[in-house]
Structures are given as structure tokens and as C-alpha cells.
Design a protein around this ligand. Structure first.
Ligand code: ATP
Length: 434
């Protein structure tokens, strides 16, 4: 199993993610995504958007503000109940989230037993003030989930999109939680990105849609190449359910520290729309033409973490192999997720090779995400591309000047094909989509 340390090292070495504010000692709350990480993260988000919005006629997207009226969080219940149980060790004064302790009576930091204080309910919302004065009236929160931005726009979206039930509204964006113990690299941070979709349906159909979305979301991970042995669906016990939920499952990944959540899929009932109707005084019901009555829709919510999921895809893709006595590191990412789909590598730095291969890279760049690399020996460049997950490398050598053909090397099989430059685009498209 790939250790956390291996992935953290790879990330730093190759440029997937760096600790935020690193030159000032790091913040332990957030990460900055480097040149490769930003591509991978963006690809994960694009694939989610494509599957949830672009390829469906019954889902639309929005992009709501991070800062919303405080009343949103009063209505949703977050101001009063979005808390984690905080305990402090009386000996070493470290603080922990009680429900995540491996041994409830033992401090993971100093190892002493029975030293914890009584749990305190710690609200996870990050606070700030709007405007120049820091008064209670100006208090606002950075959103802890993207979902509420969808609920408060329910009437707007219904009006402009003229959708009939069932339909969904999707959103990708930053969320913030003042986690008691951020950790495990980008798994738990205080600033992160979510991909959430609220599926509005008739209350009588909610259970059926819940099953539908659990299945659809499971298939999304598998279709993008995640190993089925590392993915499971775990239903919540009654004691775990959130204040709004009737039924929840977690989509979990087998991390090196055990199974942990990538996504929660919940039946939120009509809780949120009713709360916002009541607190805002606006009617957030739906007129059902079939029965001629008003209903408050039920909501099925698949809520995934973009940053956490990106991390899981990275871990899942990592493998090492022995090739002719040497170790090779490969990121077997699906071509739809790989930061670069194609690397163009002139065999030597001689202008006679660099110039034509640079033209090829420009041409391919219109269609694929392409890296152009002229540093080091070809063997080292192949190894680098394997390690960052580039599915195909195109090498331009001296013979290419004669035969107008290049060598295409496959990341997984290491097999090489000679392909004419004039049919390269079509060849690559077929290989990458196939
Ligand atoms: P956890 O139990 O891990 O704290 P949660 O059950 O509170 O998570 P949800 O409220 O269901 O999480 O949020 C939906 C998704 O958002 C999670 O499945 C996860 O992928 C992501 N997420 C939540 N909190 C964080 C965080 N602090 N850092 C990174 N991703 C997060």
C-alpha cells in the first residue's frame, strides 16, 4: 500500500502540492497546488462537471458566493449545530477531535491515559467581519459547504431554468472549516474545494433517487480508473447522521491509515428548503402540475471533496515496477486526469531536432495538454513522464528528419510505435480516448 510519505514526497518533488506559506514555516491549514497539481485538480473537477452537468439535461450549474448572509447559516442550523467535539489533553495541552481518536482514553501526542477534558462543542465555521468595524452585526462566515448557496438560489434557478422535478443544481467551489486537527496532507485542510449537487425530487421518489445516485457516483470513480478494491460504500449508523439527514452513505477510499471518506451522499429531505422558507419568508415550494398541488421537494445530495478526491486518485495511480533491474515509478492515471496527456521530447538539444519538434508540440497543444521537454537524457525524461502520469511520449530523433515520423511510447507497456507526423494527431486521439 502506498504510504502517505511517498505521496507527499512525490508531490513536493514533482510539483503537485506544497504547504501553504511554506517560506514562512507553513500554515498547516491549506496547500498550494503546483504546476502538475493544478492540472490534476482541474481535470478531476472537469470530469465531475462533465458527468454531473454537461452530459445531463436534468442538471444545471451555479457558482454562488463564499460569503453569504449570516442568516443563511442560522436557518441551515450550522450556527448552532455544526460542531465537532473538542477535547484537550491536560498534560500536553494538545487538542483533538474526540470522535476521531484511535483510543478514546489515550492522548495520541504524549501517550498518557485519562487526561482528556470533557468534550466541548467547537463550531467549525471560520468567521470574519464585513466592512470596517468588527461588531457582532457585521459578523459573517466563510461557507463551510457549497450546498446552502444552491438552496438559497432554488427559486431563482427554478424560474430561469424552467426545470420540472426531478432536477439537479451543481456547484464546485471553495469551502472553509476550522478543523480541530487538519492533517494527512490535503485530506483534511481548513480551506478545500467541494463538488456538490442537490437533486430536487418528489418526496415519494427520494429513496429511489438516493439509490440511483449512490450507484452513479460509485461508477464515476471506477470509470476514471480507481481500483474497486480500494473503494467502498458505507452506510451511516443512526448515531452518525447529520442534523438534516434521513439517510447517508459515505463513499470511502482505503487510505494507508484505513478507510476514510471521499464523498457523502445524503437524503437531506425537505429540511433545507423548509428552513429557508421559514427564515426568509419566501415560498420555496414547487407547483406540481400533475397533482395541482404545492410540494416542498426532497433533496438527494452527492457531496464530494475535489481536493480529497484528487489526492485519492493520485494515491491510487501510484505504482512501482522493476524494469531491467531498475525501479520505475509510474502514475497510472487515466488520460482524462493526467496533468499532461502527451510529452514531446526531441532526442537531443540540437536546433535541427528542437525546432521541428517544437512545431509538433504547438500543433498538438491545440488538441491535447502537452509538455515539451528538452532537458536531460531521453531515459531520464521518460522516467519523469512515467512518474507524473503522462500516458504518451512523442520522441523526435534524427531519423525523423528523413522519414517524417516520430516514436510514440506508451507509459504503461513502454511499447514504441513509429507514426508519421501527418497522422500523429489522429493516432494520439484514438489512443487517448480508446
Ligand atoms: P469528515 O467526517 O471527514 O470531517 P464530513 O462528513 O464532515 O467529513 P461532508 O460535510 O459530508 O464531510 O463534506 C463533503 C465532502 O467534502 C467530504 O466527503 C470531503 O470529501 C470534503 N471535505 C469535508 N471536509 C473537508 C476538509 N476539511 N478537507 C478536505 N475535504 C473536506
Amino acid at each position: 500500500m502506498t504510504s502517505l510519505e511517498t505521496i507527499v514526497n512525490l508531490s513536493r518533488r514533482r510539483g503537485f502540492a506544497f504547504p501553504s506559506s511554506e517560506i514562512y514555516g507553513g500554515l498547516r491549514s491549506a496547500y498550494d497546488y503546483g504546476p502538475l497539481g493544478v492540472e490534476l485538480l482541474r481535470n478531476v473537477k472537469n470530469q465531475w462537471w462533465r458527468s454531473m452537468v454537461n452530459t445531463r439535461r436534468d442538471v444545471v450549474g451555479i457558482d454562488s458566493a463564499v460569503i453569504q448572509s449570516r442568516r443563511v447559516w442560522q436557518a441551515s442550523g450550522h450556527e448552532s449545530v455544526f460542531t465537532d467535539p473538542l477535547v484537550e489533553c491536560r498534560q500536553c495541552h494538545q487538542r483533538f477531535r474526540q470522535d476521531k481518536l484511535a483510543r478514546p482514553e489515550q492522548c495520541p501526542s504524549c501517550g498518557r491515559r485519562d487526561t482528556f477534558t470533557e468534550p466541548r462543542h467547537f463550531n467549525l465555521m471560520l468567521r470574519t467581519h464585513m466592512g470596517p468595524v468588527e461588531t457582532e452585526e457585521n459578523l459573517v462566515y466563510l461557507r463551510p459547504e457549497t450546498a446552502q448557496g444552491i438552496f438559497i438560489n432554488f427559486a431563482n434557478v427554478l424560474r430561469v431554468s424552467r426545470r420540472k422535478l426531478p432536477f439537479g443544481v451543481a456547484q464546485i467551489g471553495k469551502s472553509f472549516r476550522n478543523e480541530i486537527t487538519p492533517g494527512q496532507f490535503v485530506f483534511r485542510t481548513r480551506e478545500f474545494e467541494q463538488m456538490e449537487m442537490e437533486w430536487f425530487c418528489l418526496p415519494s421518489e427520494a429513496s429511489q433517487w438516493f439509490e440511483y445516485w449512490v450507484d452513479a457516483r460509485r461508477r464515476w470513480y471506477l470509470d476514471l480508473g480507481m481500483n474497486p478494491e480500494n473503494l467502498r460504500i458505507r452506510p451511516h449508523g443512526d448515531d452518525e447522521l447529520s442534523h438534516y439527514s434521513k439517510e447517508t452513505v459515505d463513499v470511502e477510499y482505503r487510505f494507508s491509515w484505513g478507510w476514510d471518506e471521499l464523498e457523502g451522499i445524503a437524503n437531506r429531505t425537505d429540511f433545507d428548503l423548509r428552513q429557508h422558507s421559514e427564515h426568509s419568508g419566501q415560498d420555496l415550494s414547487y407547483f406540481d402540475q400533475a397533482t395541482g398541488t404545492k410540494v416542498v421537494p426532497y433533496v438527494i445530495e452527492p457531496a464530494a471533496g475535489a481536493t480529497r478526491t484528487t489526492f485519492a486518485f493520485l494515491i491510487d495511480a501510484y505504482r512501482t515496477e522493476q524494469v531491467r533491474g531498475a525501479q520505475r515509478v509510474v502514475l497510472g492515471l487515466d488520460p482524462r486526469l493526467a496533468p499532461y496527456q502527451v510529452a514531446v521530447l526531441p532526442l537531443s538539444r540540437k536546433p535541427a531536432l528542437v525546432e521541428p519538434s517544437s512545431r509538433i508540440a504547438d500543433d498538438l497543444g491545440e488538441r491535447f495538454s502537452v509538455e515539451f521537454d528538452i532537458t536531460q537524457s531521453i531515459g531520464k525524461r521518460y522516467r519523469r513522464q512515467d512518474e507524473i502520469g503522462t500516458p504518451l511520449c512523442v520522441t523526435f530523433d534524427f531519423a525523423s528528419l528523413e522519414d517524417q515520423a516520430v516514436t510514440v511510447r506508451d507509459r504503461d507497456t513502454m511499447q514504441q510505435d513509429r507514426v508519421g507526423v501527418d497522422r500523429l494527431r489522429g493516432y494520439l486521439a484514438e489512443r487517448l480516448n480508446g
